[in-house]
Design a protein around this ligand. Structure first.
Ligand SMILES: N[C@@H](CCC(=O)N[C@@H](CS)C(=O)NCC(=O)O)C(=O)O
Ligand SMILES: [Zn+2]
Ligand SMILES: [Zn+2]
Length: 187
């Protein structure tokens, strides 16, 4: 394979543990890393091909999951965090020294408000929920991936057991649409 989806996908997926109860995320700085403690396992873990989610060097996809914001606490070197794009729905907090995103938080009215977005590869603990699907696959083309090779990317995901979508998965899109329909008084 001439491309890397992501180091935690390229050689197949390792299943998480139902009894796993959380752990610490650390940025890539060798000294004074930013540390974030998660008091539980994550949910809706998935690959995201969009241009905004943090990806490790050389990877086409981000691996990103959610956790209730009251289960997330910055435990060291918080002063190194800065918001990547204050205008985005998800305020992504990145380490200003190594560029790694430690968490993303939604402050405006939004169906996923109250959930923080995190990358469990930043943890050395084992047992985090494994990726469930691939989202925003076509978005990698916008970032320079050859559109003629996108079927190879979709096939690779299929071969490791993940469905591919160009937005989020149908259950998550339905949840967003339900929220939007209720807010508009249509439901
Ligand atoms: N094609 C766009 C898609 C961006 C996008 O919509 N990302 C999704 C998945 S993370 C999202 O919910 N973004 C909200 C945000 O970034 O605040 C890109 O690659 O930049
Ligand atoms: Zn750092
Ligand atoms: Zn994304």
């Amino acid at each position: 394979m001439a491309f890397s989806l992501h180091p935690s996908l390229d050689n197949g997926i390792t299943k998480g543990s139902a009894s796993f109860s959380g752990g610490k995320l650390r940025c890539h700085c060798s000294s004074s890393p930013v540390e974030v403690a998660l008091a539980g396992n994550v949910a809706h873990n998935h690959a995201c091909g969009c241009s905004k989610c943090w990806k490790p060097k050389g990877a086409l996809f981000s691996i990103v999951a959610v956790i209730p914001k009251d289960q997330l606490k910055v435990t060291a070197n918080e002063s190194k965090l800065q918001i990547v794009d204050k205008t985005a729905a998800i305020q992504r907090y990145a380490c200003k020294d190594c560029g790694v995103h430690l968490y993303g938080r939604i402050e405006n009215e939004h169906p996923f408000k109250g959930l923080d977005f995190v990358h469990v590869e930043l943890s050395s603990e084992k047992g985090w929920q494994e990726p469930q699907f691939a989202a925003f696959v076509s978005s990698i083309i916008e970032q320079g991936f050859n559109p003629e090779k996108i079927d190879e990317v979709r096939s690779k995901f299929k071969s490791i057991g993940l469905e591919t979508y160009d937005s989020l998965s149908p259950p998550l899109m339905d949840a967003i649409a339900t929220w939007t329909g209720k807010r508009a008084g249509k439901l």
